[in-house]
Design a protein around this ligand. Sequence first.
Ligand code: DON
Length: 344
Amino acid sequence: MNRSSKHTPFVSALLALTILLVWPLHAFSEMFSDEDLQNAVDKAYEAFKDVKEGANADYIPILATVPSELFGVVIATKDGKIFSAGDIDYRFSIQSVSKPFTAALIMAQQGPEAIREKIGVEPTGMPFNSKIALEMYEQRSVNPMVNAGAIAAVSLVQADSEEQRWNLVNENIEGFAGEKLSVLEEVYNSEYETAWSNRAIANLLYNYERLYADPEESLRVYTRQCSIGVNTKNLGIMGATLANAGVNPITGKRMLPAEHVPELLAIMASAGFYDESGEWMFNAGLPSKTGVGGGIVSVVPGQFAIAAFSPRLNGPGNSIRAMRAIRQIAGELGVGLYGPNPAN
Ligand code: DON
């Protein structure tokens, strides 16, 4: 007692000095000038604009016709500033980048327990459309980032009709983007006409009582959700809303209670890249979501989102140039969640 009180003034002074010295460094390390952010975007765009590896998705026939050369890179900050390079206004289908946002809708409506209990939060380590994962794991849908879990999430939305289910899903995604969006009807038709694999998944889930609405209705609404047209800036703002603790920086609207943002980001970190999630977190260290349309969004919590778009994909279905650009920016700015990863 005596000993500790004797040392208290010294310890307090040391603490104050440490805070005085370290706090400005800490604060500075989290702040980037507009020039820093624009330079990082420009550098990543230049570094990867000529990469031609990979191929457009073609299991949804119309995606094969999207011009492969397109490439856009964006940083969107939590106060709504945009730094960009390349084809950032081109509208492409959001595809699986929509999945965390519908999971957010379920969390906001029904709490995170609904996700944990009725879908799951484990990574599968398997491809996004795996039927094997559905048979192997007792939870069936496993997590809301893979197709099974995302179709289950759509089925969980509390609605009295298909129209209402769609409106809730669509308005939620528009709320994250901060503007009206529209479905790319050609993409919807192309995907729905060939959706045999997802139809099998929806029916299997229904069979195992892990789908909470009519299978064909859930499939239709899920397919429409994936066909929403977005540009790279839209993806940036959607990510920036998560970086801003759930509040859209453009509209000021709260889209997700702040306490659920870390839970959603954790699912994105462990499963956002499917069977490549471990590799991605090892390399870039940022919670992210990819889509077969070529979009990727990554979140630097409390700071900004990095979004990129390029149609050519690798084997697991992730955009090669978008991955490289985001990974490069994360390294350049040293914003990996677990500490700065050096740039490529
Ligand atoms: O359900 C599908 O197969 C597509 N609508 C979405 C898949 C997807 O984007 C996978 N992501 N890389």
